[in-house]
Design a protein around this ligand. Structure first.
Ligand SMILES: Cc1cc2nc3c(=O)[nH]c(=O)nc-3n(C[C@H](O)[C@H](O)[C@H](O)COP(=O)(O)OP(=O)(O)OC[C@H]3O[C@@H](n4cnc5c(N)ncnc54)[C@H](O)[C@@H]3O)c2cc1C
Length: 357
């Protein structure tokens, strides 16, 4: 396994592991290790632009929305858990990328940036939404860029103006800002907003871009942006893109996770699908006794409907994170308020369980 990052990363943004991702973590025996890092559910206060509370969404509502089979972990903790699970079985080379790929019907030959080469039966490109493996083997043109940007970063200490052990969320036309204040090393900030020219916006860097897009807000937002100024490179700051491919493999190269089917953060299922995809790919290869074409075909047929469904749901989910108008914000507030009613909560859980089947 080769990884471009120079070393393991801690922290990162908050990831909910639900549905097929939770099931995969269970099958892979990862639940005990992941549970240690589970942040649990917390109260969210919906706030106005100046930070004053609008209304509170109790943790029980999050439980109704996510169900009992859910974990909330930092991406870095998920990465560490996976590393601990395979570190003794697989060679993992950090600071290394794939330089070139050649394949024939029986093998794939991969040259790495460290000058080494490897012959293998199968190359799995799990290198994210900007996958170099995808570009090298199948060319460009599969990324569908959406007019949104996202920034997420850890806060080394809780910010004032956000209640302890809870989160505040501001949702306004075209944008969302959320601050999660759990404890030192367990707090984070998340921003997403609509933007007609994501590429130009990215070139400004996260501090300038977020200051322009969210600098008018009160509450914990100014503190979070000041926090970012200390370590802008530690932030996740990217455009939002989906990946749509007619096939996830070609010959002896297969793409996995965001590289193949990125659903975006608006789906809340990207990590879950990446984990489930890896689990199911391994199982298919085992089942087909390493008949790779048969395994890849069965695997893709089984997984594609779920990825397609999550991509469609994500496109609808954008409206929740970046409502087009004040009217949509008002409607969304009404819906969230309704969900806080205990009777409706049960219905929400029922419909979510139905949707995740
Ligand atoms: C703010 C935010 C919140 C999210 N929340 C959730 C959530 O609640 N639930 C959920 O399920 N999903 C969530 N997601 C989506 C989820 O993070 C992704 O879908 C998931 O990380 C995809 O996993 P992956 O392994 O396919 O790709 P990645 O996580 O992107 O991993 C790709 C890896 O490949 C490495 N790499 C890249 N290029 C190369 C190269 N050329 N050579 C070698 N290595 C390379 C990268 O360094 C990285 O380690 C969220 C995403 C964001 C941005």
């Amino acid at each position: 396994m080769v990884e471009r990052a120079p070393a393991r990363r801690s922290s990162g943004y908050l990831v909910n592991l639900i549905g097929p991702g939770y099931d995969a973590a269970e099958r892979l025996g990862l639940l005990p290790a992941l549970s240690v890092h589970d942040l649990g559910l917390f109260t969210t206060v919906l706030v106005r632009a100046d930070g004053r509370p609008k209304f509170t969404v109790p943790a029980a509502v999050a439980e109704a929305a996510l169900g009992k089979r859910a974990l909330s972990v930092f991406r870095g903790d998920l990465e560490s858990t996976l590393y601990e699970a395979v570190g003794n079985h697989a060679e993992i080379r950090f600071g290394t990328t794939v330089a070139s790929i050649d394949q024939d019907t029986d093998h794939v030959r991969v040259a790495f940036s460290d000058g080494t080469t490897q012959h293998a039966d199968l190359l799995v490109g799990a290198d994210g939404v900007h996958s170099a493996t995808r570009t090298a083997v199948l060319g460009s043109g599969f990324r569908v860029d959406l007019p949104y940007l996202v920034a997420a970063f850890p806060l080394t200490h809780p910010v004032p103006d956000v209640p302890e052990s809870s989160a505040t969320t501001f949702i306004g036309p075209g944008r969302t800002a959320a601050i999660v204040n759990l404890s030192p090393q367990r707090s984070s900030a998340f921003f997403t907003y609509r933007c007609p020219d994501p590429a130009a916006e990215l070139s400004r860097g996260p501090v300038q871009a977020l200051t322009a897009a969210f600098g008018d807000l009160g509450g914990g937002v100014p503190d979070a942006i000041r926090h970012l100024e200390k370590d802008p490179a530690g932030a996740y700051f990217d455009a939002v893109s989906q990946v749509a491919m007619p096939r996830w493999s070609t010959g002896r190269v297969v793409l996995l996770g965001d590289a193949a089917w990125c659903v975006t953060l608006f789906a809340g299922h990207g990590a879950a699908l990446a984990l489930a995809g890896a689990d199911q790919l391994g199982a298919a290869l085992q089942r087909h006794d390493n008949d790779i074409p048969a395994a890849l075909s069965e695997w893709e047929t089984g997984l594609r409907p779920e990825a397609t469904k999550r991509q469609a749901l994500a496109r609808r989910g954008m409206l929740q994170y970046a409502p087009p108008s004040r009217f949509h914000v008002w409607m969304s507030d009404l819906t969230i308020r309704a969900i806080t009613l205990p009777g409706i909560r049960g219905l929400v859980r029922h419909s979510i369980e139905h949707a995740s089947r």
